[in-house]
Design a protein around this ligand. Structure first.
Ligand code: 5GP
Length: 202
């Protein structure tokens, strides 16, 4: 069985606080996209640390993605693997997508495991913003960057765009081994969760 490690709200808060100066200096985000549900709390905490005096709060938009395993042998052409579906997305026809054009957009999630989710999110957002840009006849470029609390040091199934990797537009507050991380927002008994975090913290 995969070993479980526990992270407290306090630790999540401090991981966001610690990463914020680098995010501000390297990415200068104008907008965050939180991948639900794990990205919501980190994005909200980060917003407080990214706030600049005299500047408005950085808006947060939410997207939802769901992962499912494709069965072995279910499709003779396609190898078994993991697929992603959108459960919540930005409204392509409205201002929402147009709002991303020319912006520095920070994608926030809690954990980068196989990287399937992040690959999908970046690819699809880049594609949809490009479509909106062409439709609106605009020329500005949109830059996506990524923040996660934890990156698991393992063979990844998903890949990030070369320019994003080369320009180091990816920050993980912590790199960990391939363990299972229990986040506080998943806990039904937060006192017990915090107690376990003292014993098996990461
Ligand atoms: P991916 O494999 O696409 O990088 O991660 C998919 C999703 O699986 C993550 O967004 C997260 O919701 C979930 N996940 C992966 N590893 C962990 C983990 O260690 N703990 C928790 N709580 N969720 C995880």
């Amino acid at each position: 069985m995969v070993e479980k490690f526990y992270v407290t709200y306090n630790q999540v808060h401090k991981l966001c606080q610690e990463a914020a100066p680098r995010i501000l200096s390297d990415f200068k985000p104008n907008l965050m996209i939180a991948i639900g549900g794990g990205g919501y709390v980190p994005a909200r905490i980060l917003r407080s640390f990214l706030k600049q005096p005299g500047a408005p709060n950085i808006p947060i938009q939410a997207i939802g993605l769901s992962l499912y395993e494709t069965l072995s042998g279910s499709d003779p052409v396609e190898a078994p693997g993991t697929k992603v579906t959108r459960t919540q997305w930005l409204d392509l026809s409205s201002l929402e997508m147009g709002n991303l054009i020319g912006k520095n957009v920070l994608i926030v999630d809690e954990v980068d495991d196989t990287r399937t989710t992040l690959e999908y999110a970046v690819k699809e957002l880049e594609k949809d913003v490009e479509t909106a840009r062409k439709q609106q006849g605009r020329t500005e470029t949109t830059k996506f960057s990524i923040f996660v609390l934890h990156n698991k040091d393992k063979q990844k199934k998903g890949h990030l765009p070369t320019d994003m990797v080369e320009e180091q537009r990816y920050i993980a507050a912590r790199t960990v081994t391939d363990v299972w991380i229990c986040y506080p927002w998943e806990a039904t008994d937060i006192d017990e969760h915090d107690r376990l975090a003292q014993e098996k913290g990461i």
